[in-house]
Write a protein that binds this ligand. Structure first.
Ligand SMILES: Nc1ncnc2c1ncn2[C@@H]1O[C@H](COP(=O)(O)OP(=O)(O)O)[C@@H](O)[C@H]1O
Ligand SMILES: [Mg+2]
Length: 233
């Protein structure tokens, strides 16, 4: 479904991605792991058209999208939920959700809304509340909900559990599994490698702009070398 081929991305003169290649097949949850600063967010921004690669190709459903604009990429069916739950604090829950569907027809937006309420029933009760008054966990649900409003076939999540209390982390992971069961393909960036590997089919590990390890998620979870390097033993 998605394939990155030798992607190089720069910030000014600094090369941040140094030939990243990986793929996501339809129906999978693929985890992208690695320490802070490894380049995970940059990979996601490059996929969603917020930055363009200086070399390499990105293919989505057989078409090259490497130089497409961010809104063209949303139209093609990729939704990117950025790091740090960036919801519009002063807008209501409903307004935030509507913004997620700005490229869709009214009918599609209503269908999207139904899907979001199925997964996050809590949001339905808070529609007229300002997003800034929601708890951290609720804002994360809203950020994911807004991503789902564009009715993506591929949902990209950047650190959805970051900064949440352990109980909420478990809730968010369960919700990601529910979204997956409803037919979405998911690319998941997470600091919480253990939880991510538990729900993922496959995973890639990044270090300083390169993929250094890849494999079946359950095998990585049991691998002693992976456990000591990335999972705290
Ligand atoms: N806007 C930017 N300008 C310059 N350097 C950046 C920018 N964003 C990230 N970087 C650098 O690129 C590297 C990878 O960052 P990032 O993709 O955010 O990593 P991760 O998400 O894995 O923590 C880091 O060294 C970071 O300092
Ligand atoms: Mg990041």
């Amino acid at each position: 479904m998605l394939s990155l081929e030798h992607i190089h991305t720069r910030y000014g003169k600094v090369e941040c991605l140094k030939g990243v290649s990986f793929n996501v097949q339809a129906g999978e949850i693929v985890a992208l792991l690695g320490a802070n600063g490894a380049g995970k967010t940059t990979v996601l921004k490059t996929i969603s058209g917020l930055i363009h690669p200086v070399a390499g190709e990105i293919l989505f459903q057989g078409k090259i999208i490497s130089q497409n604009s961010a809104s063209e990429i949303v139209k093609r069916g990729i939704a990117h939920v950025p790091e740090g739950r960036k919801v519009f604090q002063k807008l209501t829950v409903l307004e935030n959700l509507e913004l997620g569907a700005f490229l869709r027809t009214k009918k599609e937006a209503l269908q999207g809304m139904e899907t979001v309420f199925e997964i996050f029933p809590l949001l339905k009760k808070r529609l007229s509340q300002k997003a800034g008054t929601l708890s951290g966990g609720e804002q994360q649900m809203l950020a994911i909900g807004r991503g789902l409003m564009s009715r993506p076939s591929l949902l990209i999540l950047d650190e959805p559990s970051l900064g949440l209390a352990p109980l909420l982390v478990a809730t968010i992971f369960r919700m990601i599994e529910t979204i997956h069961k409803q037919g979405k393909t998911i690319l998941l960036v997470e600091q919480n490698a253990r939880m991510a590997l538990k729900i993922a089919d496959r995973a890639y590990v990044m270090e300083t702009g390169c993929i250094v390890l890849e494999g079946d998620a359950k095998k990585l979870l049991e691998d002693p070398a992976v456990r000591s390097a990335y999972l705290g033993g």
